[in-house]
Design a protein around this ligand. Sequence first.
Ligand code: GDP
Ligand code: MG
Length: 162
Amino acid sequence: SIPVVAIVGRPNVGKSHLFNRIIGEATAIVSDEAGTTRDRHFGRAEWAGHDFWLVDTGGLVEDSNLPMDVAIRRQVMEAIEEADLMLFVCDARVGVHPSDARIMDLLRNSQKPWLLVANKVDNPESADYFEFYRLGVTEVYPVSASNGKGSGDLLDAVVGAI
Ligand code: GDP
Ligand code: MG
């Protein structure tokens, strides 16, 4: 069966932009307003001869009991259960956010493979993303969902991991 890759992370880190970048067409609803992507979105992607399903998810707010946040959290947990690989997207402009460590615990508990993606590295010379190595991962993938920089290296890693 075709592997499933789920994009997860806090609201507004650029998950939906990355989804669109990878799929190469506007199949997800993208909004500038944080937390508006409530439904999961699926797309079929192909890279270097490898097919996979890509899943966009809503923004994870780990410490909220608001009904919408709880509903999104449940959907994200389902997406993780169905996924073979997760792309954990962080915002290099914000840097390491307290919620990032909590989301990472959740991913580690899933016992599934995941890659840490530092998005919004629009200028590849920027060193903004180095601080994500503090989270103890062996590799950080800097990308710009906006201009596409780094997405080829990320996709090489994705198809290498599925
Ligand atoms: P999501 O909530 O994680 O799905 O994030 P979105 O994809 O909706 O993007 C949130 C905001 O970040 C939007 O205002 C985007 O324009 C912006 N954004 C997304 N990717 C990038 C990027 O690579 N670079 C920059 N500078 N902004 C980005
Ligand atoms: Mg979104």
